[in-house]
Design a protein around this ligand. Structure first.
Ligand SMILES: [Zn+2]
Length: 330
């Protein structure tokens, strides 16, 4: 009897002890997780994440793993929205032979608690420019492992505390050299999510020596001025507006310079959050070690705050007029 009782009791006791003395690992903080995602996505083994390469596929596999872990539902099978495009083998010669490149956006969905007519799209491109002829890796920590890590942080925040409206998350491929992933997505919206009320784009949110993060798009969509002002008041960094007025110098108008561009061209209100060009922009020195990490952590919190404020008034934002409706094809 005793022996049997011991046999039965020991495993049970072990379970109880395990439950008491070894609780689940404490959840990693949002900031620590974002830093980890940034470090992994910009590591040397991702080889600069150029569209169509193994390094790009490795980054995508990591994103699929993280989206699954966070609990984001795939919109397509395994999140993938594939498309192809043609590229000249010699970019200096348009008549050179062409190659076909396969690109893959990842698209996930978070259900809203009280969804309205529109969805909010939140996106960031995960591709970058790869490795040059001399073997230098362009790690693209700021451009745009940072925005991609921000996308994951936003996904986790919305899973924990759900949005009112349905949210579609997109990790865009093939942004570098033509915003191809975003163009493809806008032209091929997932069934049931055709009506996009707003698009939030993150591209370069990890490097600023002056703690300045720009919210671009308020000039076109004045209803967003108050949203950005309110977020700016509570932000630990400087959230500024600008770089969206028509100007003779195209570098000073970022309206069409990243993945929010094709959404704007389709008449969709947007905010693009990013930093000014800097010494590491499109250089091999755009590495995790060179980022301003406290700024990045502040930028991630700010992006989440902006997304929540937009979610709370998505219907109003979707219905508000843009300043130049004639320039935008609806
Ligand atoms: Zn970029």
């Amino acid at each position: 009897m005793n022996t049997i009782r011991h046999f039965l009791a020991l495993p049970a006791l072990a379970l109880v002890l395990a439950a008491c003395t070894a609780p689940e690992e404490p959840a990693i903080s949002r900031e620590a997780q974002a830093l980890e995602d940034l470090r992994i996505l910009s590591a040397d083994d991702m080889q600069g994440r150029l569209v169509g390469t193994e390094g790009n596929a490795r980054a995508r596999a990591y994103l699929v793993e993280r989206l699954t872990e966070i609990g984001v539902e795939p919109v397509f099978e395994n999140y993938a929205q594939s498309f192809t495009f043609e590229r000249s083998l010699d970019f200096r010669d348009p008549d050179a032979p062409r190659e076909t490149i396969e690109a893959i956006n990842l698209v996930g969905r978070i259900a809203g608690t009280n969804p309205g007519e529109h969805v909010m799209v939140i996106g960031a491109h995960y591709d970058h420019v790869g490795v040059d002829e001399d073997g230098n890796i362009f790690n693209g920590a700021d451009d745009n492992a940072s925005g991609t890590a921000g996308l994951l942080a936003l996904a986790a925040a919305f899973m924990e505390n759900p949005p009112q409206n349905d949210v579609i998350l997109v990790a865009f491929d093939a942004e570098e050299g033509g915003l191809r992933g975003a163009r493809h997505f806008v032209a091929n919206r997932p069934e049931g999510y055709e009506s996009i009320g707003f698009m939030l784009n993150m591209d370069m949110i990890a490097y600023s020596e002056t703690d300045d993060l720009y919210a671009v798009g308020t000039w076109h969509y004045p209803i967003l001025v108050d949203v950005v002002a309110a977020a700016s008041e509570v932000s630990s960094i400087n959230l500024r507006t600008g770089y969206d007025e028509p100007t003779d110098n195209p570098r000073n108008d970022w309206t069409m310079l990243s993945d929010h561009g094709p959404f704007h061209a389709a008449g969709i209100a947007f905010l693009y959050l990013g930093v000014e060009d800097h010494q590491h922009y499109h250089q091999p020195s755009d590495t995790y070690e060179n980022m301003t990490l406290p700024f990045f952590a502040g930028a991630v919190e700010t992006v989440i705050d902006v997304a929540r404020r937009v979610d709370a008034m998505l219907g109003e934002i979707a219905a508000a007029p843009s300043r130049q409706p004639e320039a935008v094809e609806k």
